[in-house]
Design a protein around this ligand. Structure first.
Ligand SMILES: [Zn+2]
Ligand SMILES: [Zn+2]
Length: 204
C-alpha cells in the first residue's frame, strides 16, 4: 500500500475534486503532505500558498491543505515551474517545495514515446489505453516514493503575499458593473473596469 501519510479517503476526495487520477495529482498530494508536515493546515488563512504553475497538482493542494484560490490564500504565478511555497503567517515559517527534475534516461522509453505522441495528438486507441495505464502506474509510484526523492525543500524566492482582505467595489461608469477598487482604472477622470478601459484606450 501507498507510503503516503495522506489517508485513502482524502486521496479519493482529491480525485473526485480533480476529476481523474494522474501523475500530476499524485505530485500535488505529496506536495500537500510535505506542506502539512512543515507548516500545517490552513485554518482560517494562517497558511498562504504560492504555486508557480497551474497544473493538476494545484487541485490536490487545494483539497488537502485548505489553501484555495477562492479564499485568496493560494496564489498562482503561472511561471511554469513545479515550485510550491507555503508560508505560515503566525510565525513566518516558510518553505518552497520544488519537484526534482527527472534525470535523463529516467522513466521508460515507452512512456516518453507515448508522451510525445500524446502531445502531438497522434495516439492510436491501443496506444492511448497503454499510455493511460502507464500514467496510472506512474501516479501510484509517486504516492509510494520517499518525499525527499521527489522534492527538494528550499527557501521561498518571494516574500509572503500580503493578506487579502475583502476589497471595496466601485461601479464602472461605462458598463455599470461593479469592479474591485484595486482593479479599477481612471480614464479622463472616469472610473472604468479593466475591460472598458482597454476598449477606450487600446494599447498600440
Ligand atoms: Zn490531472
Ligand atoms: Zn466597464
Amino acid at each position: 500500500m501507498a507510503k503516503t501519510a495522506i489517508p485513502e479517503e482524502k486521496i479519493r476526495e482529491a480525485i473526485t475534486f480533480h476529476g481523474h487520477w494522474c501523475p500530476g495529482l499524485a505530485t500535488g498530494i505529496r506536495v500537500a503532505e510535505l506542506a502539512l508536515r512543515e507548516v500545517g493546515r490552513a485554518g482560517d488563512e494562517d497558511i498562504v500558498a504560492v504555486a508557480e504553475s497551474d497544473t493538476c497538482a494545484v487541485d490536490a493542494i487545494q483539497v488537502l491543505t485548505g489553501c484555495t484560490v477562492g479564499k485568496g490564500n493560494l496564489v498562482l504565478l503561472g511561471i511554469g515551474k513545479m515550485g510550491f511555497s507555503f508560508y505560515r503567517r503566525r510565525d513566518g515559517k516558510a518553505v518552497r517545495i520544488v519537484a526534482r527534475p527527472q534525470k535523463p534516461g529516467e522513466g521508460s522509453d515507452e512512456y516518453r514515446r507515448l508522451q510525445a505522441k500524446s502531445n502531438e495528438g497522434t495516439l492510436t486507441l491501443e496506444e492511448a489505453e497503454r499510455f493511460e495505464t502507464l500514467r496510472q502506474e506512474r501516479g501510484r509510484r509517486i504516492l509510494e516514493a520517499d518525499l525527499d526523492e521527489l522534492f527538494e525543500i528550499k527557501k521561498p524566492l518571494r516574500p509572503m503575499p500580503p493578506h487579502a482582505p475583502m476589497k471595496r467595489s466601485l461601479t464602472c461608469e461605462e458598463c455599470g458593473e461593479s469592479v474591485m477598487e484595486t482593479k479599477a482604472r481612471l480614464s479622463d477622470g472616469r472610473v472604468l473596469c479593466p475591460d472598458c478601459f482597454e476598449r477606450e484606450a487600446p494599447r498600440p
